[in-house]
Design a protein around this ligand. Structure first.
Ligand code: NI
Length: 182
């Protein structure tokens, strides 16, 4: 078990386009260890998801989801625990939603971010098995946020209206009093 340091915005490693997971790496001990490290780091930080570049790992690999309801967001829809390699996202329709996001690499801040309402995402699990899901709402938002990390995009780069961007402790005092950032 290794909890890694999470890189913060400004680190150039967060701006890279990540390398694909090689076919030969699927099922390897090394890839399994990285996946375990990503989950350990995400759980230690109370995050909803984490992307490999956030721990300095230059791979198209993200983890997200939870078996447990998040105590801070009990009404939030549950997203299944997922490891996703080499993802491809396709919007299903032109509809967008805007909602608040935070990021472990941008601690202390929240912003309203437009995302596709419904998406299909495909990719591979760490054993090389295919993943193909069509999702909407919060699940779709989490996937788009995490996969953005693989193309060097942090959510503030997606904010369109900067009147809806600010410090968590100011915007959501009750949340900030109890919470880590995610
Ligand atoms: Ni993030």
């Amino acid at each position: 078990m290794t909890v890694h340091h999470i890189l913060k915005m400004g680190d150039p490693r967060l701006l890279r386009v990540a390398q694909p997971v090689a076919a030969s790496a699927f099922g390897s001990l090394e890839l399994r260890r990285w996946v375990a490290d990503l989950f350990d780091t995400m759980h230690a930080a109370n995050g909803a998801g984490l992307a490999a570049p956030q721990i300095g790992l230059d791979l198209q690999l993200v983890v997200f989801g939870s078996d447990q309801p998040n105590p801070r967001y009990p009404d939030r829809p549950r997203v299944p625990v997922t490891v996703l390699c080499n993802p491809v996202i396709t919007p299903l329709g032109a509809e967008e939603d805007e909602d608040w996001e935070g990021c472990l690499s941008v601690p202390g801040l929240r912003g309203r971010v437009p995302r596709w309402s419904r998406i299909r995402y495909t990719g591979f699990d760490p054993e090389g098995g295919p993943i193909d899901r069509s999702v909407e709402g919060f699940h779709a938002r989490v996937v788009q946020h995490e996969c953005d990390h693989l193309i060097g995009k942090l959510y503030p780069m997606r904010v369109r209206d900067f009147t809806h961007f600010g410090y968590t402790e100011v915007l959501f005092p009750a949340l900030a009093a109890t919470a880590d950032d995610d």
